[in-house]
Ligand binder design. Structure first.
Ligand code: IPD
Ligand code: CA
Ligand code: CA
Ligand code: CA
Length: 259
């Protein structure tokens, strides 16, 4: 397989994201054609499908041998992380998209033989793009950004998933209450975004691979810890409770969970 020129593919990927986001923004007042999946708050719209199909087509045209893990069914059945594997979350925060027409993201990530290559989280309504990877560093739009401080849990806000917080799954209330405040944004991508920019000290939620793939690359490039809630390595092809946080807060959380 030919070695990737990260700078060249980055230009392509940013163009795909710009086209997809423009399409959604231009049609926001149309019927979203909302359907339910596993329950009344698990929604999919016409735009989740159109956007995913568009990204899948771009990847298949440019990288026909690569594998694709995606949420809405246009990707592949992927059983291992060998070779190049793309992750697509076409609209992350579909419930926000439907109820607010705001606070949702598009996410793309690329891994090679299980290693981080490049990740993108686009805040669609602001147009701000957080992107980067180990080879090229981290950027917010065109501007290189610095790594966040290694803060203690008490020194920052902590992002959680609403139902997990309400039902105190994995002692998440205790963790969030030890921070300086809990936050529930309703988009895994926008939660990772806050953590990578140092606006939140951490984030924990049960997530599927497309929810965490881009965030994991960006957070690890930012020198943050990304593991399961009990501190184990992430399995890229499974749903699990993911903890993205500073190394200091990670140690505190593990201590609290063992107490
Ligand atoms: C969801 C959002 C939400 C998280 C859920 C995800 P979707 O993604 O990221 O914040 O709590 O677990 O499924 O379905 O809107 O792409
Ligand atoms: Ca969904
Ligand atoms: Ca998602
Ligand atoms: Ca989604």
């Amino acid at each position: 397989m030919q070695k990737l020129e990260i700078k060249a593919i980055n230009t392509d990927i940013q163009r795909w994201l710009a086209v997809a986001a423009d399409n959604v923004r231009q049609h926001l007042s149309e019927q979203l054609q909302v359907q339910t999946k596993s329950g009344r708050n698990d929604l999919v719209t016409k735009f989740d499908k159109v956007t995913e199909r568009f990204f899948v087509e771009q990847i298949r045209q440019n990288f026909p041998h690569d594998k694709i893990v995606s949420e809405e069914g246009f990707g592949d059945q992927v059983h291992n992380m060998q070779g190049r594997v793309w992750f697509i979350d076409p609209i992350d925060g579909t419930l926000n998209f439907v109820r607010q027409r705001h606070n949702f993201a598009m996410m793309l990530a690329l891994y090679e033989n299980g290693h981080n290559v490049i990740g993108y989280i686009l805040d669609v309504m602001s147009g701000d793009l957080l992107w980067g990877g180990p080879e090229i560093g981290l950027y917010l739009n065109e501007k290189a950004i610095t790594k966040p401080d290694n803060k203690k849990l008490a020194a920052g806000l902590f992002g959680v998933n609403g139902p997990m917080f309400a039902y105190n799954k994995e002692n998440i209330q205790e963790i969030a209450l030890a921070s300086s405040g809990a936050r529930i944004l309703g988009s895994a991508g926008l939660e990772f975004y806050q953590v990578v920019l140092g606006r939140q000290v951490g984030y924990a939620s049960r997530l599927a691979p497309w929810d965490f793939a881009a965030g994991k690359i960006l957070a690890e490039t930012a020198g943050l810890s990304v593991t399961t809630i009990d501190g184990r390595p992430i399995n890229m092809l499974k749903s699990q409770v993911v903890l993205a946080t500073t190394h200091r807060a990670f140690a505190e959380i593990q201590k609290m969970r063992q107490a």
